[in-house]
Design a protein around this ligand. Structure first.
Ligand code: ZN
Length: 295
């Protein structure tokens, strides 16, 4: 499934093709949306925005097309009149005299009035978009230290789109590695330094992945490994899908675990596990010895 950086890069391609231009043709495949076609036809497209894994295409008249690609949705930008070779089913089309932006296979598409965007059932629950322009580390730190999220383990929290929108499976493994944090830490257990480090790495790793087209490994190292003839899949990440191989930093063997039904990758040496279980055992053991009855 594409994550925030991939969605934003797709949005950039669509933006270059349609924003600022009149949409000479707009089509939907879902029958209940067909009535909007004649309203949108002839209108200028004003923006293509992303909210985590969802996209919003805004038209000058105030309507906005909401599209969530889910697992299989895929956008194509092609020269006008050319269709991509695919067996997927076409769901939404915007054409102008030069280019066409085509969305295939997505199951969630809706047309919203601009005023309804904030009240949309999915959009209204999202945390800040990790790639939003102007998003600052302090805003992420506020979420990390928010009591609402204190009991959540980081592996689950980073996938929660209500915490920060746009993070998915490869980003969470990579962010936790760069921050040096084991996936089972709870947000509320982090020291001030670690909470700040996590906020910093969420932004840094997501922005690097956006800039580089998904490379989260150290840029200098990735460049050197590529020059040595290594394939992209081998040098792309610090730990994601690298189980059984040596950590680039410390040489320990990268591990794969399944937590909450999803695969996560980490380095046991760079991301030591919390010592929590020991302290909770001591607490339990201490209970029966308390009080005069046990003396
Ligand atoms: Zn390591």
């Amino acid at each position: 499934m594409p994550e925030g950086p991939e969605i934003r890069r797709a949005a950039d391609r669509i933006e270059r093709a349609v924003v600022g231009r009149i949409a000479t043709e707009v089509r939907f495949s879902f029958p209940h949306l067909k009535r909007y076609e004649k309203h949108l036809r002839g209108q200028r497209v004003t923006a293509v925005e992303t909210r985590g894994k969802a996209m919003l295409v805004r038209f000058e008249g105030g309507l906005c097309v909401y599209a969530h690609s889910q697992l299989y949705g895929r956008w194509y930008v092609v020269s006008k009149g050319k269709l991509p070779r695919t067996n997927r089913s076409l769901r939404f089309e915007i054409h102008n005299p030069h280019k066409s932006a085509l969305l295939y296979s997505a199951s969630e598409i809706d047309v919203l009035a601009a005023a309804r965007v904030a009240r949309h059932p999915f959009l209204s629950k999202l945390g800040p978009d990790v790639l939003a322009k102007g998003l600052e580390e302090d805003a992420i730190l506020e979420r990390v230290t928010d009591p609402r999220f204190a009991r959540r383990q980081l592996h689950a929290l980073l996938l929660d789109q209500g915490f920060v929108a746009g993070l998915g499976n490869y980003l969470r493994s990579e962010i936790l590695f760069v921050a040096g944090l084991h996936p089972t830490w709870r947000a509320g257990e982090l020291s001030d330094t670690d909470a700040r480090m996590l906020a910093h790495c969420i932004l840094r790793v997501a922005r690097q992945a956006y800039r580089t087209g998904g490379i989260t490994n150290d840029p200098e190292r990735a460049k050197a490994l590529k020059a040595e003839g290594m394939r992209r899949a081998q040098y792309r990440h610090h730990v994601f899908t690298r189980d059984g191989r040596a950590c680039w930093t410390c040489d320990a063997e990268v591990r794969r675990e399944v937590l909450g039904g999803r695969k996560i990758f980490h380095c046991p040496r760079c991301q030591p596990a919390p010592k929590r279980p020991l302290s909770s055992r001591i607490e339990k053991a201490a209970i029966p010895s308390r009080g005069p009855a046990n003396r």
